[in-house]
Design a protein around this ligand. Sequence first.
Ligand SMILES: [Zn+2]
Length: 373
Amino acid sequence: MSAAQIMGLVASGQATSRADLSRLLGLAPSTVSSYVQELLDAGLLEESGEGRSRGGRRPRLLSVRAGDGVILAADLGGHHARIATMDRAGRPEAIQDLEIDITAGPEPILAQVTDALAELAAGRPVLGMGIGLPGPVDSDGVVVGSSRMHGWNGFSVRRRLAEYYQAPLVVDNDANLMAMGEAVVRGPELRDFVFVKAGTGLGAALVNDGRLHRGARGVAGDVSHNRVPAGGDRPCNCGNFGCLETISSGAALVAAVRADGVDIATTADLVRLARDGNPTVNTTLRFAGRQLGEVLVTIVNFFNPQAVILSGALATCDLFVAAARGALYERCLPLTTQELQIGESVAGPDAGLLGIGRRLIDQGLAVPVRNLP
Ligand SMILES: [Zn+2]
């Protein structure tokens, strides 16, 4: 039991009272009360108003006190980064968008991002720092096998950041962090879900019982290199052939539509033409959504999630989502789809930032109190 555990339960909204903490931690109310008092005295928690009574005296509501320190967060894409300072509860304070070119390599990009974060933090103590990267990251914070992050493979982002910050760090791929952000926005009711990021690339993440499942080496959830029959012998940037990525990623869709004579360059162009009802684009999108759905069928049958949540540019295309949903309803075991929600992410552009906040809070911020016994 640590101060961080209590802070985490309160910050995530799982506990709003001493009674909640007592139930969740399996500790006697008197024990919880003395721990809470210590955190109140240290200025880390505060209490306000009165909650709903479950019989007896109405409990005072606990919340995390904003305080002085800041969490620093950076969510990096191929061409832009969204950075923020957040309070101790993981609520964003100042947010800024930066233009970057991820292929410039780790040293200049990390220097640019940490400089910008230092300006936002304005000298306040750093409670934790997290970064999301648009490629696979192993459990040591090293970028592994990314085809889109030229110059980053084998680079330990964690080690580099540890030179900048004497604070807890989170280094992970964007889909994992966005999934945690979705969990923050949806609240504790949503505990088991599959999160798919379908943009120019494809990524996915698994949240199990409210926690991100990273797997043995930290790369769990990647569905993009599952082989699909329609992939045939198309070469994939992973070195294999016929991966889902070669059919259902934005990059693959743009290439397919171009081969059919439609002159577009980016996933954003594709989405725009889909809105205009371009028939070539629509046929291609429907096919790609179907292929994604068929790969997700295996995962839904195996994992039995509450929800499959789609995000990224392609998730804004109704035909793509409808085709994936169709495959899931048609092919999954009926019990798995009876109450399955399939739909678009609600966490919005701050999903990655919110996920960083949650992960740092869960693993424990740099809190200026002694660990409770
Ligand atoms: Zn592949």
